[in-house]
Write a protein of this length. Structure first.
Lengths: 290, 165
């Protein structure tokens, strides 16, 4: 370390800001260089002088005045709000608003479907209350189907599925999506299945879906210009089997629909194997009863 | 509070303004309390005091004190070692001399001496307060001290000259 470099490092040296290695080098130089050592003393003297005379004491009333201002500010809060603070509050709000807007835009369709599903569950639950399940009680499709004539402006196919293990109980007129709809009622063991049939419209544009709401399994799909909604406390596997038999043509439920025949075979096989108790493992209600 | 006041006084050079600036700085600090992330309360408060003081200068006073600081313009040649030695020795005994000398410094030099020698912040803390790299802190502080010694020795020469007359 020569004098030039030592002089340049003198300020950080005195301020204790040098790395240990550099510090040792400067110290080594100061031991052998009287001129630089004197410069160091002068620097320290200057700093000492500043320390002694540079400080300002705040006037006695200032602290009390500031405390009072802080207290007043804490009470009133809003007046004189600096922009930075306002931004601090405003930016999360703006972010939240943006998020909500995006969510609304993206999920408007979903929420519409949600309303429809709630309506569906409501109709199903009401049908189970107070002897309102069927208006025409018959297991004969040729009795049930004509009953709708004059009550609806469309004709719903009614299938006799007794041989498949789904007994037709009857039908009733119901109301969904702001219009009268056909509600066909089937029963499998103790489980009531409501099959709603209505013309496909703007409110029934959803894709085929299998869902669960409030513990009820729902399968909904479209075929041609009719919309189908099956809802029951029956397990989803058997409900999907049921939907396979509804209508003369195969309903497109979802990508999994292709496997439904296999599922059916599985159910049949297990029923054969386990006899009358078939499907017990899939239904807690049945298990309790037996 | 004394630290905030001292810094405000030295930036503003005016007692009444310093009161107001300190109060406003405390209000700002209080409102922005959530922003306080690191534990460096003093540096953080002094940064607010400094910003408040400069804003105050810009809003309430003419531009005389806040002309853009230029390191080249304000850099000065080193006086002879002998001269400054006497100056600093004398300065220790003469508070007014140092006080006036500090007042004569450009505000950027003054504040860095205040932050280091009076508030005793580290270079790193100062860098955060004045929003500058550490290298700038180091070189500006060295220049500031050199210029203060220049001013002190010049004042001493004046005084001696007058007493001789």
């Amino acid at each position: 370390v020569n004098c030039d470099r030592a002089r340049r490092l003198l300020d950080p040296y005195v301020d204790g800001e040098l790395a240990p290695q550099e510090r040792q080098r400067v110290e080594g130089h100061l031991r052998i260089c009287a001129s630089c050592a004197a410069e160091r003393s002068r620097l320290e003297a200057l700093i000492e002088a500043v320390k002694r005379s540079g400080r300002h004491r705040p006037p006695p009333g200032l602290e009390r005045q500031v405390r009072a201002a802080l207290a007043a500010d804490a009470v009133t809060g809003w007046p004189g709000l600096p922009w930075r603070w306002l931004w601090l509050v405003a930016s999360p709000l703006a972010g939240a608003a943006l998020g909500i807007w995006i969510a609304l835009t993206f999920f408007a369709g979903w929420s519409e479907q949600d309303v429809a599903l709630r309506e569906l569950v409501g109709a199903h639950v009401r049908s189970l209350m107070a002897d309102n399940l069927v208006h025409v009680a018959s297991g004969d499709p040729h009795t049930v189907k004509p009953w709708f004539a004059g009550r609806l402006d469309f004709a719903a196919e009614v299938e006799d599925l007794a041989s498949k293990g789904f007994d037709l109980i009857g039908a009733r007129l119901d109301y969904l999506a702001q219009r009268p709809v056909a509600a066909l009622v089937y029963r499998r063991r103790e489980h009531v299945i409501n099959l709603f049939v209505l013309p496909a419209g703007p409110g029934t544009e959803q894709a085929a879906a299998e869902l669960t709401r409030h513990g009820y399994n729902i399968v909904q799909w479209r075929r041609d210009d009719l919309a189908f909604r099956a809802i029951s406390d029956l397990n989803m596997g058997e409900l999907k089997v049921f939907t396979r038999f509804v209508g003369p043509r195969r309903p497109v439920v979802s990508g999994r629909a292709a496997r439904v025949p296999n599922a059916l075979n599985g159910v049949r096989a297990s029923r054969e194997r386990r006899g009358a108790a078939g499907g017990r493992s899939e239904c807690r209600g049945c298990a309790r009863r037996s | 509070m004394p630290a905030a006041y001292t810094l405000a006084r030295w930036i503003l050079g005016n007692m009444h303004d310093a009161d107001d600036v300190v109060q406003e700085a405390y209000l700002r600090a209080f409102r922005a309390f959530d922003q306080l992330s690191s534990g460096n309360d003093k540096g953080w408060l002094l940064r607010i005091v400094r910003n408040t003081a400069y804003t105050w200068l810009r809003d309430h006073r003419d531009q005389q004190n806040v002309i853009p600081f230029d390191e080249v313009v304000h850099g000065v040649a080193l006086a002879s070692a002998a001269e400054t030695f006497e100056a600093t020795a004398e300065a220790q005994a003469n508070r007014d001399l140092v006080h006036d000398g500090l007042a004569e410094l450009p505000v950027a030099f003054r504040e860095i001496i205040v932050l280091r020698d009076l508030e005793e912040l580290s270079y790193k803390e100062i860098a955060r307060v004045i929003d500058a790299p550490i290298g700038t802190v180091m070189s500006r502080l060295a220049r500031a001290r050199r210029q203060l010694r220049e001013i002190l020795s010049a004042r001493l020469r004046q005084q001696e000259g007058r007493s001789e007359l």
